[in-house]
Design a protein around this ligand. Structure first.
Ligand code: ZN
Ligand code: ZN
Length: 294
């Protein structure tokens, strides 16, 4: 994965864009940030296919049996946006040709459903008493057997039903910031947005290589270019492990969303917690928490 440099809401960048009276060293006058914490939220995106599969014994006409697709469904297609269903004859299960069970009384024929076997139907399906010859069976009251299509024998076989359903999971994990800010920060991060590739990271970069060498798993990176994931990382990793369960195929992407969390004094005993972050389209966004007593 090729990466350029991500855009980070560092104090310098925020100051430049917002022209706020920040002083990096801390307390100076009221309204300026007294505490500055670079944090990083994590967006987890999982795209997968849930495959449901079941089998059923069916009786079909010999013609349909030979024309029917057989074998296995193709592997799940990650590109599909809609539910996709397959119906295939399971050619690993035995198929037996037998006398058609649907037309035992009148071999090769079934009663016509349009006229219920009467051969006549009412005109315009109205309340009128007038009837005409049923167009479904030309008045005979019978049609070719719906199971064997008139062949008088049918094939009892097993059909494999496969249903592929696209699944999309989108989550945001916000690190522990002040409770007055946290819900606002969480709401400000759109988990289903297309986040820049530069912000993509692997929460468990070392697990693959280290297992082979027998080395202890190396710890994950705790920060994204100096912005700390805090407890969001462990929660994201736990969720990632669950994400694929039950899915036939899936892919998983994680993005860091760096945010600069600032505490500003308002008056003598109040503080305001705010955060600056870049939206997916590159716009700087200010997220305000509710003001609190200090
Ligand atoms: Zn009919
Ligand atoms: Zn039949």
């Amino acid at each position: 994965m090729a990466k350029g440099d991500p855009v980070l809401p560092t104090l310098e960048v925020v100051q430049q864009l917002e022209a706020l009276p920040f002083t990096p060293s801390g307390v100076t006058k009221r309204g300026t940030p007294t505490r500055i914490f670079p944090v990083a939220a994590i967006v987890l995106q999982v795209d997968g296919i849930l495959r449901e599969e079941w089998k059923d014994q069916v009786e079909v006409s010999p013609a349909l049996f030979s024309a029917y697709p057989k074998g296995f469904a193709p592997p799940p297609d990650m590109g599909t946006l809609v539910d996709t269903s397959y119906k295939l004859i399971d050619d690993e299960s035995p198929a037996t040709t037998q006398q058609c069970l649907n037309c035992v009384l009148r071999p090769g024929e079934s009663p016509c459903l349009a006229c219920h076997g009467n051969g006549m139907v009412p005109i315009n399906d109205s309340d009128s008493m007038l009837t005409v010859t049923c167009p479904g069976c030309s008045g005979s009251g019978f049609v070719p057997c719906t199971t064997c299509d008139g062949a008088r024998e049918s094939v009892l076989c097993t059909v494999r039903y496969v249903n592929d359903k696209p699944v999309h999971q989108r989550r945001v994990f916000v690190p522990q910031v002040h409770p007055s800010l946290r819900p606002y920060l969480e709401a400000a991060i759109e988990p289903s947005a297309t986040w820049p590739e530069e912000q993509r990271f692997d929460p468990e970069p070392s697990f693959v290589g280290s297992a082979y060498r027998g080395a202890a798993a190396v710890r994950s990176e705790e920060d994204f270019h100096g912005f700390f994931y805090g407890d969001a990382l462990a929660r994201c990793i736990a969720e990632s492990k669950q994400a694929g369960s039950g899915l036939a195929k899936y892919e998983l992407r994680t993005y860091a969303v760096p945010a600069l969390w600032l505490v500003r004094e308002i008056g003598i005993s109040h503080a305001e917690h705010v955060a600056y972050l870049f939206e997916p389209d590159g716009k700087l966004r200010l997220v305000r928490g509710s003001s609190t007593m200090t």
